[in-house]
Design a protein around this ligand. Structure first.
Ligand code: G3P
Length: 219
């Protein structure tokens, strides 16, 4: 299973990459705005240099023609760039055109099986269903992932599923159990994946016993 980091925070990406937990990065206009840097192409280039894996940068045009020219510009930033395109009617046109030119596409803002099916037919490399936002409105985000896994398996689609809008460790567990190819995880969730009270308790006991032993040696 691949872990992408859902962030444009250079320091966080660098730290998580060094731990071996960052196979790629996904950004969006909101994540870019959070970092406050207006030189967004330079940010994406810096991220590509650190990650050396797929890095998604999102188009902001709403019409297909604009998305296509913006997507081509984003793809030129670095060989690792993936063009993130919203899954609208216009977006599908742009996805198909960009994919036909060999540009890697990540279809974003996916909330239904039909959207994911259409995305696969465009030849996009990645589909990003947003599980947290579905949970927010009382729908079952992870059930959507299970359905997309099944449909893609039925037809051997090669589009990889990126579980997005991940909010907590159970989203990562469920993604792995369902066989999703990738989870894109906010930096704040990574420490939560390793934390366990029994690990802390066990370590504290080991350290206390070790200290006692040292005391005996010295005494
Ligand atoms: O990967 C998509 C993600 O950035 C959206 O997350 O938490 O804003 O729904 P969230």
């Amino acid at each position: 299973m691949k872990f992408f980091i859902d962030s444009a925070d250079i320091a966080a990406i660098r730290e998580i990459k060094a731990m071996g937990m960052c196979d790629g990065v996904t950004t969006n206009p909101s994540l870019m705005a959070k970092e406050g840097r207006t030189d967004t192409d330079a940010v994406l280039k810096e991220i590509c240099t650190i990650v050396q894996g797929p890095v998604s940068g999102e188009v902001t045009a709403l019409e297909a023609a604009g998305m296509i020219s913006e997507g081509k510009r984003i793809a030129r930033i670095d060989d690792h760039m993936v063009v993130k395109v919203p899954t609208t009617y216009e977006g599908l046109k742009a996805m198909a055109a960009l994919a036909a030119e060999g540009i890697s596409v990540n279809a974003t803002l996916v909330f239904s099986v039909n959207q994911a099916l259409l995305v696969a037919k465009t030849g996009a490399d990645y589909v990003s269903p947003f599980v947290g936002r579905l949970d927010d409105v009382g729908e079952d985000g992870m059930a959507l992932i299970g359905d997309i896994v099944e449909v893609y398996d039925n037809y051997d689609y090669e589009t990889e599923i990126i579980v997005a809008s991940v909010r907590h460790p159970m989203h990562v567990v469920d993604s792995a159990l369902l066989g999703a190819h990738i989870a894109t995880i906010p930096p704040s969730v990574i420490p939560k994946l390793v934390a366990h009270p029994l690990t802390d308790k066990g370590l504290a006991a080991f350290m206390a016993d070790w200290k006692k032993l040292q005391g005996k040696q010295n005494g």
